[in-house]
Design a protein around this ligand. Structure first.
Ligand code: PLP
Length: 401
């Protein structure tokens, strides 16, 4: 059974962000989610759980992650000053480990011994395989067959860490199908813990993932205040399901003077229809058990989506982002594949930092925006991950350079 739009629903009232979020799932899953929520609420109030989580973030992940000023790029472009929040420096190379560790600790607390995860770019799959190894759990990762090809280095990493990687051959062979397959596997094996990788899914996942990723915004706010004595003018992050973005944004939502920007994948260009810019182009709907913006085809089914970035290639988005868009607190825009690739090489060659192709979408926004800013103003971009996994994607371009 798939938790897609056609599923019969048992709606609950908690876990809503405005009209978005909730839990639109069959009864048997609702029971699992209620157990999960109860366990999570108990864990987050338990100082011992907090101590263990924060201890691992420090000693295993290497937090706090640095903030880095990109002086060369800022000089080249003129205008404002660019800073990066360096989630690429975390153990396993992306923000995904913050959430994977938190959920795996919760799984351990619930007496679980087996993790199920989905992955697009393979960073969440790698983070899940990593925490499973650390905690002595079995781990099965569902990944679209297209993503298995284009993110091959991460497939090897997951296997080296001892995880089973299941290549999902149906549909577009990408992230939506991986989520479908992971949810189905969970329904067949309810003793396992579903370690969801983004701020999506039915309640309590969007809130729980946001909480585990909020360390990004908490640290970044404190670091920039300590270093510069003021808040950034603008902060920006790429948005796939929206976990790195909500992690950063959550630290600044109350600072109304800070402009907040989410950058979605415009793929081959919005006008071509080949994109995954859900908040920019979608409409409210239900997919995978939660209400949010969804990209649909004329018959109301989830649309075929496309992005060069496997981690952004998804036809919905976290419900908190849908709410933040509607209330106007966050501005959502998009960057094309070409713009992201240009930003990728620009950062590589100007600053000596290889960004993930996902994060490069937020950098593309920075390249456009910095020249329009005042020299004293700061633009802080979340560098959600490193780009080692993207070498198979950039190799053909390198051969032409
Ligand atoms: C490096 C990196 N950044 C961003 C994303 C997008 O996910 P999210 O929107 O949940 O941060 C991914 C997803 O795989 C990723 O690997």
């Amino acid at each position: 059974m798939s938790l897609s739009m056609s599923t019969s629903v048992a709606e609950v009232t908690k876990g809503f962000f405005g009209v978005y979020g909730g839990s639109y799932v069959p009864e048997e899953i609702q029971g699992l989610l209620e157990n999960l929520e109860q366990a999570y609420q108990e864990a987050r109030q338990d100082p011992e759980f907090q101590r263990e989580y924060l201890g691992l973030l420090k000693e295993y992940v290497g937090r706090p992650s640095a903030i880095t000023e990109c002086r060369n790029l800022s000089r080249q472009l003129g205008g404002g000053r660019l800073f990066l929040k360096r989630e690429d420096l975390n153990h396993t190379g992306a923000h995904k480990i913050n959430n994977a560790l938190g959920q795996a600790l919760l799984a351990k607390r619930m007496g679980k011994t087996e993790l199920i995860a989905e992955t697009g770019a393979g960073m969440h799959g790698t983070a899940s395989a990593t925490v499973a190894a650390l905690m002595g759990m079995k781990c099965t990762v569902y990944m679209g067959a297209l993503d298995v090809e284009r993110q091959a280095p991460n497939v090897l990493r997951m296997k080296a860490l001892g995880a089973d990687v299941v290549s999902v051959e149906r549909g577009q062979r990408s992230l939506k199908e991986a989520v479908d397959a992971a949810l189905e596997a969970w329904m067949l094996n309810t003793e396992a813990f579903y370690l969801l990788g983004s701020a999506v899914g039915p309640h309590p996942y969007p809130s729980m993932v946001r909480d585990f990723q909020s360390i990004i915004g908490t640290e970044a706010r404190q670091q920039i205040l300590e270093r510069e004595g003021k808040l950034p003018h603008t902060i920006a992050a790429c948005v796939g399901g929206g976990s790195n973005a909500i992690g950063l944004f959550s630290g600044f939502l109350e600072d109304t003077e800070v402009r907040i920007v989410g950058v979605e994948p415009a793929g081959r260009g919005i006008a071509t229809g080949e994109h995954a810019a859900t908040l920019c182009e979608g409409a409210p709907g239900v997919l995978h058990g939660f209400k949010s913006y969804v990209l649909t085809d004329p018959s109301g089914e989830p649309a075929l989506v496309y992005s060069i970035a496997a981690g952004l290639d998804y036809p919905s988005v976290g419900p908190e982002h849908a709410h933040l868009k509607d209330v106007g607190r966050v501005h959502y825009t998009s960057a094309t594949d070409d713009e992201a690739l240009e930003a990728f090489f620009r950062l590589c060659r100007t600053e000596g930092i290889i960004p993930a192709i996902e994060s490069s979408h937020a950098l593309a926004y920075a390249l456009k925006t910095l020249p329009t800013m005042n020299p004293e103003d700061i633009l802080l971009v979340n560098l959600s991950g490193r780009g080692d996994k993207d070498m198979p994607i950039v190799e053909p371009l390198l051969q032409k350079m």
